[in-house]
Write a protein that binds this ligand. Structure first.
Ligand SMILES: C[S@@+](CC[C@H](N)C(=O)[O-])C[C@H]1O[C@@H](n2cnc3c(N)ncnc32)[C@H](O)[C@@H]1O
Length: 213
């Protein structure tokens, strides 16, 4: 049950959803069955809309998992545009590669294998759109690395900023205390950054959208 949006609203929106791509639906089922955290379907809808509006040529994703969001981004890109996506889990990389192949998107999605904390300082490209979706303790460092390689007017999209509802709660279970602190600190950093115009929306698990000034 969501602690962010009323279940009634979620169920209503699900009934209105038109998603005919069987791979996308299968990936959602697979992630749910195997406890792999992927972007909420409605947050992914928002992400797709932003891609359609902004028309980025170069997208960077930090946290590929099984390539659910990479595929949702790539299928809305213009011809010639691409996604670089960083992932450190070997098992997830294997599944992601299979899914990208099935989606026939091998030409527009490039997996960079390894820890983003080691990779990002050496990336020599600039990106129009960056999606940050990695381990919460890494968010602060990855945010600063992202700012350095995000073009002016570029978009930064960040997931989990309401963190299962715990970011705003006084009743946080002990196994979520540390990660909740990381998210709360990150939210202060994100919303007060002089380099970005930001908003945090209660969609899915809470998404942040920042535009580089
Ligand atoms: C929430 S999942 C990503 C979900 C994916 N963006 C989607 O919506 O389909 C986070 C993924 O990031 C990876 N990850 C976490 N921290 C990372 C880091 N510092 N460098 C590279 N990968 C990282 C994890 O292994 C995991 O697969």
């Amino acid at each position: 049950m969501s602690k962010i949006i009323y279940s009634e609203q979620i169920e209503y929106l699900k009934k209105l959803r038109i998603e005919s791509n069987s791979l996308i639906l299968k990936m959602e089922e697979f992630a749910a069955k195997n406890n792999i955290p992927i972007l909420d379907w409605n947050s992914a809808g928002l992400l797709e809309q932003l891609i359609l509006i902004h028309k980025p040529k170069m997208v960077l994703e930090i946290g590929t998992a099984i390539a659910y969001s990479s595929i949702r981004i790539a299928r809305k890109l213009k011809k010639g545009a691409f996604v670089d996506t960083i992932e450190k889990s070997k098992n997830n990389i294997k599944i992601a590669k299979e899914n990208i192949k099935k989606a026939k998107l091998t030409n527009s999605i490039n997996i960079i294998e390894g820890n983003a904390l080691d990779i990002m300082p050496y990336l020599d490209k600039k990106y129009d759109f960056i999606f940050l979706d990695a381990d919460k303790e890494d968010y602060e460092k990855l945010f600063f690395y992202s700012l350095m390689i995000l073009k002016k007017n570029g978009v930064m999209f960040v997931d989990n900023l309401l963190w299962h509802g715990y970011a705003a709660s006084t009743d946080v279970p002990s196994n979520y205390k540390k990660s909740t602190e990381y998210i709360r600190e990150f939210n202060k950093l994100f919303t007060t950054s002089p380099s970005l115009s930001t908003v945090i929306l209660p969609v899915g698990d809470g998404v942040g959208i920042g535009i580089k000034l």
